[in-house]
Each structure stands twice: as structure tokens, then as C-alpha cells.
Design a protein around this ligand. Structure first.
Ligand SMILES: [Zn+2]
Length: 60
């Protein structure tokens, strides 16, 4: 799962003790979401979540 090629550009210098980012990554844009990593299912960042809501509102 650890891919050094897609490492965060703003990685903390001394954040080793955290054991990784506290939030799950957005499944669409890989941005940090407001959900913890333990969240099950699809996690979307506020932006993508808003876009999904827009799409849902416009469909049908
Ligand atoms: Zn997103």
C-alpha cells in the first residue's frame, strides 16, 4: 500500500509517530477527507461530496 511515488508533497518532517494521515483519502481526488481512516465504504472530501450532491440533485 505504501507507494513512495504518490507521497504527499507537504509531508510533515516529524510526523512518523502518527503512523500515517489521520483521515481517509478522498476516493476521487485523493485529498484528505473529514472522515477517519477507519470509515468504511467510500470517503469523499468536502469538495467531491458537494459535487456528488449536486449531481444527485440535478439527475432525474
Ligand atoms: Zn475529493
Amino acid at each position: 500500500m505504501d507507494d513512495p511515488d504518490v507521497y504527499e508533497e507537504t509531508a510533515p518532517a516529524a510526523g512518523e509517530s502518527r503512523g500515517g494521515p489521520p483521515y481517509a483519502a478522498c476516493v476521487q481526488c485523493q485529498e484528505p477527507t473529514e472522515y477517519p481512516e477507519s470509515t468504511r465504504g467510500i470517503t469523499l472530501c468536502p469538495v467531491c461530496e458537494w459535487r456528488e450532491a449536486e449531481r444527485a440533485a440535478c439527475s432525474g
